[in-house]
Design a protein around this ligand. Structure first.
Ligand code: UDP
Length: 264
């Protein structure tokens, strides 16, 4: 099989205009630069400056603002449609409070055969049940906040339920959020199992309990104002204070990529 490279992965980030200055800014200064060519930001407003920094990769979805299910589903459905149009082998999607290590993402993704139906991420809860079109289904889903990856053949099979309009429709019928809907479509409607990975992390878990010596192995790490990774591993790399680096992404980036300009 031909070798998969970073160019075979389409990376999407879901955000909102209100988070451009408080969340996206940390991504732009760090990991975005390692995956510039394939990373796209899906938001709900225009931002000329950010679009410039993102090499024109800012997509105003014109979906509604606010965290209503259908606004978020409209954005995720647009991520999905855009991925399909790129022809790439993998769709990996993350929230705007994720640090993604592209090197590690590629390593982990290379462990799977992209020509099969693959859905990999962190399990949210064990099993959930839902009623959909008069039938009860049992499903699992990858926690949206930790990110997940889907292979192209699987993504193509999801089409009846997963475009910009179709995903919102599925969500409305099954009464669920966008990340649940992805899992529901894959594990219940298409009967493809989720592959669990411990390398994806959101702020739903206690981030301080992740050993800093394992950061280099992680695909994604989240943050919130009250839950952040603990950088204390005696590393020689540059550590910024919390005021300069509220997400801890700059310090983490310096730990993983010490030759970055701002780390010297
Ligand atoms: N989000 C959004 N619009 C909103 C609120 C949230 O697009 O009005 C996005 C946000 O940018 C993030 C994802 O939805 O990518 C999850 O939001 P958040 O991290 O605030 O929620 P949590 O994961 O803590 O429930």
């Amino acid at each position: 099989m031909e070798d998969v490279t970073l160019d075979d992965i389409f990376i999407s980030i879901k955000t909102s205009e209100k988070f451009h200055q408080t969340r996206i800014v940390h991504i732009m200064k760090t990991w975005f630069n390692l995956a510039k060519k394939q990373t796209y930001i899906f938001t709900d407003g225009d931002d000329v400056q950010l679009n410039h920094t993102a090499n024109g990769h800012l997509v105003n979805t014109h979906c509604g603002t606010g965290r209503g299910y259908s606004n978020l589903g409209c954005k995720m459905g647009t991520e999905y449609d855009t991925f399909l149009s790129t022809g790439k082998k993998w769709w990996c999607r993350f929230d705007d409070d994720n640090y993604v290590n592209p090197t590690r993402l590629l390593e982990v993704i290379k462990g799977f055969n992209w020509t099969s139906d693959i859905y990999v991420g962190r399990l949210s809860v064990d099993y959930l049940h839902t009623d959909y079109q008069g039938k009860t289904y049992c499903y699992q889903f990858a926690q949206g906040g930790a990110g997940c990856c889907i292979s192209r053949p699987l993504a193509l099979k999801m089409k009846p339920w997963c475009g910009r309009e179709a995903l919102v429709n599925t969500q409305n019928q099954a009464a669920m959020s966008d990340d649940c809907a992805l899992g529901f479509i894959i594990t219940a409607l298409l009967k493809v199992d989720i592959i669990l990975s411990d390398f994806f992390h959101s702020d739903y878990e206690n981030l301080t309990s992740i050993n800093p010596n394992t950061f280099y192995k992680q695909v994604s790490l989240g943050w919130s104002n009250t839950n952040k990774i603990d950088l204390n591993n005696g590393s020689q790399s540059k550590v910024f204070n919390e005021e300069q680096d509220p997400s801890r992404f700059y310090s983490l980036h310096c730990m993983l990529y010490p030759s970055t300009d701002f780390c010297k």
